[in-house]
Design a protein around this ligand. Structure first.
Ligand SMILES: C[S@@+](CC[C@H](N)C(=O)[O-])C[C@H]1O[C@@H](n2cnc3c(N)ncnc32)[C@H](O)[C@@H]1O
Length: 207
């Protein structure tokens, strides 16, 4: 595998030295997009939050700052992401506000109906079957809980479609494809937004 392909493929499941370089870049590289996504959460006040595919852990940290009364869980199937997110969020962990666990979104080792909000930033491209994974998210959300997806790709932009060809197991989705999978997994009141000048999308759905 060429070095470029090897490096960009670390975004799917960071491992080793290149994976740590990728994780360091993700926390800063995704910050503006993630904050744009979080700005869509205006009326809710979640007490329990789970961030799925948490990567380097910046986005669960931002949510715990946004909601000072909330407790969080962050999940990633990469051991290295868990390590990086743990180091990044040590103050929240020490304060008893955050637990970070290794796990796969296709079969979450979490109880039913415990979260008010689930988030997924730049990660659903790699999930093994959207509908099945979204049903898992629905299972761990309380009735009336929200699931927010934020992607840098709207499923049509040339840059991401180029990466889709390079990174094994990556799939870019349109808001329509995401919305259909959410409906099939039992979500309702699905709202979508597209950034005015970038291919960023946010999809917010209610259980
Ligand atoms: C591109 S990174 C995004 C990380 C972070 N959410 C952010 O926005 O910076 C994708 C992350 O999703 C994780 N991931 C991909 N598929 C996953 C799965 N099936 N279960 C859990 N984590 C997954 C990867 O390990 C990686 O850390």
């Amino acid at each position: 595998m060429g070095l470029f392909k090897n490096y960009v493929s670390q975004t799917r499941k960071p491992e080793g030295r290149l994976g740590m370089m990728m994780l360091n870049g993700m926390n800063s590289g995704h910050a503006k997009m993630a904050d744009w996504g979080l700005s869509h959460l205006k009326t809710i006040a979640p007490k329990t939050i789970v961030d799925l595919g948490c990567g380097g852990g910046r986005n669960i940290g931002e949510q715990l700052k946004k909601y000072p009364d909330a407790k969080g869980t962050a999940i990633d199937y990469s051991e290295l992401s868990v390590e990086k997110a743990t180091e990044y969020n040590k103050e929240f962990i020490t304060a008893g506000r955050l637990v970070i666990k290794q796990g796969n979104v296709s079969a979450l080792e979490l109880p039913d109906s415990i979260y008010d909000l689930a988030t997924a930033f730049e990660t659903i491209y790699f999930w093994p079957g959207l509908e099945k994974c979204f049903a898992e998210v629905a299972r761990i959300l309380k009735d009336g809980g929200y699931f927010m997806i934020v992607n840098e790709s709207d499923g049509k932009d040339a840059a991401s479609l180029k990466f889709e060809k390079i990174i094994d197991g990556m799939k870019c989705y349109t808001v329509e494809q995401i919305s259909d999978a959410l409906s099939a997994a039992g979500f309702s009141r699905i709202k979508t937004d597209h950034h005015k000048s970038k291919p960023w999308i946010t999809v917010l759905a209610k259980k």
